[in-house]
Write a protein that binds this ligand. Structure first.
Ligand SMILES: C[S@@+](CC[C@H](N)C(=O)[O-])C[C@H]1O[C@@H](n2cnc3c(N)ncnc32)[C@H](O)[C@@H]1O
Length: 473
């Protein structure tokens, strides 16, 4: 037992990530994917490293060429598309290579026979998390992704099911693109599934852009779906469109999400191109209630705060030590937006109990998920380099009653699990909360330092910077 523990600790700190290309074998000594998928270019072992040649089951010659092929049909270059979803991503080479085009992909897959695929993706520094398309909505807002991709992501479209298509439709931005490659697209013995898939796409008025080999590409209508009253699948518009963005413990519904229920100009072609959309105030309904002024002030405030983190608190943002970042209480994604020029990506988490602002985050061209911080986060151990949290106590309180729903020590142990050894945690909160967290920090072997807030900040917050130590028994 002791030996396993010491071995685990000794392998986990080799933090040098040569982004997307190679990782230390000893950080994740799991050879199964390399053995089974090496011939498809997923990854291979070479001495002390795993190398990632950039291939995949549907693109054994490399994601780069595959993306080049897609760009004949889809405006991959030029900023019209920014947020992408790669369903059933393997080790996330597709998402990794999209980054070169300034497209930020959220890649996901379950822990199945492909084992720790998402851990490999994160070790490479590619945005990813553990999930599967099953019985519940994925934890994303409606109409957030400009591009949805599924290459041989097996279950969803092989065992063809209209409900899965409707979930993809909920997630896809009006005017966005859907790419499915592999079965059932022109696949032997899957003629029925292929024909059904085309028929449901047609029922929702998706325009088939091309079928090139085994890759099919559709464009979702920029306006509302043209769903007729009668259709062969018995599909109807969802009756309560108000809950379209509810995606935490929400059962999949077999109905069509209507765009008319959400105000604002957010379709592809209307929303500003990247990078302008990062700073243009998103016009979704949730934000309009708050007001554009508040949003602009938030953006400016985060630029000042991040400058303070870098210049006065000596946090290594902007250096190769920090790549995978999580903002546990992201609101409008202001913290992530202020890091735009740094070689990092940010998982913006909007707590499921708070106002659902994730749609605005996606409209800005950033990515994230809904999550309840009284539960474990869907990732592997040691996968984030920096974790940022504003109002840590609010994450575990019930907003209506103000009562605590779970223990702050459990939350800190979960943060400790997610964080890479020698990683950093930044907590902003009231002085009494900061003192409490700093006291508990010693028990989880984090080194705490308390700082004053930025000089021009008006509230009474303090900033606690914690370092997870690298320790052995
Ligand atoms: C053959 S691999 C393809 C991986 C990658 N897309 C590629 O082309 O290299 C199938 C992928 O689909 C994932 N998968 C299977 N069922 C899934 C589901 N229900 N939801 C999401 N992903 C799923 C697997 O875990 C795996 O990542």
């Amino acid at each position: 037992m002791l030996l396993i523990f010491v071995t685990l600790l000794s392998i986990c700190i080799k933090a040098l990530i040569i982004y997307s290309v190679q990782i230390w074998h000893s950080n994740m000594p799991h050879n199964k994917i390399a053995d089974r998928k090496g011939h498809q270019g997923w990854m291979k072992r070479e001495g002390q490293h795993f190398l990632f040649p950039g291939g995949g089951t549907m693109f054994p010659d490399g994601a780069e060429q595959y993306i080049e092929k897609l760009s004949q049909y889809i405006p991959i270059k030029g900023g019209a598309l920014r947020t992408a979803l790669d369903m059933g991503c393997g080790v996330a080479s597709f998402g990794g290579y999209l980054l070169a085009q300034n497209i930020l992909a959220m890649s996901f897959a379950p822990r199945d026979s492909h084992k720790s695929q998402i851990q490999f993706a994160l070790e490479r520094g590619i945005p990813a998390f553990v999930a599967m398309l099953g019985t519940r909505r994925l934890p994303f807002p409606a109409f957030g992704f400009d591009l949805v991709h599924c290459s041989r992501c097996l279950i969803p479209f092989t065992a063809y099911n209209a409900t899965y298509f409707l979930e993809v439709d909920r997630l896809l931005r009006p005017g966005g693109y859907l790419v499915i490659s592999g079965p059932p697209v022109r696949w032997p013995k899957q003629e029925k599934e292929w024909s059904d898939l085309q028929a449901v796409a047609k029922t929702l008025c998706y325009e088939q852009i091309t079928v090139d080999g085994n890759t099919a590409i559709w464009k979702k209508p920029a306006g509302d779906s043209c769903l007729p009253n009668q259709n062969e699948f018995g599909l109807e518009l969802c009756d309560d469109s108000g809950d379209l963005s509810q995606a935490w413990y929400f059962k999949l519904k077999k109905c069509v999400s209507s765009t008319s229920s959400i105000k604002g100009d957010y379709a592809i072609g209307t929303i500003p191109k990247w990078p302008m959309r990062l700073t243009a105030a998103p016009l979704r309904s949730t934000l309009l209630k708050t007001g554009v002024d508040v949003y602009e002030a938030d953006t400016k405030q985060w630029a000042r705060r991040v400058a303070h983190y870098k210049n006065s608190l000596n946090i290594k943002l902007g250096t190769p030590s920090i790549r995978n970042i999580m903002d546990m209480n992201a609101l409008y994604g202001g913290f992530a937006a202020a890091l735009k020029s740094d070689p990092v990506w940010v998982m913006n988490v909007v707590p499921a109990q708070k106002p659902p602002t994730l749609d605005a985050i996606f409209d800005r061209g950033l990515i994230g998920v809904y999550h309840d911080w009284c539960e474990p986060f869907s990732t592997y151990p040691r996968t984030y380099d920096l974790i940022h949290v504003v109002s840590i106590e609010s994450l575990i309180k019930d907003p209506a009653s103000g009562k605590t729903r779970c223990n702050i020590v459990d939350l800190m142990v979960e943060i400790d699990r997610i964080l890479r050894p020698e990683g950093t945690i930044v907590v902003r909160d009231a002085p009494e909360v900061i003192d409490k967290v700093a006291r508990i920090a010693h028990s989880v072997r984090w080194k705490p330092t308390i700082y004053d807030k930025e000089p021009d900040s008006h509230n009474s917050e303090k900033i606690l910077v914690l370092t997870k130590t690298f320790w052995k028994l």
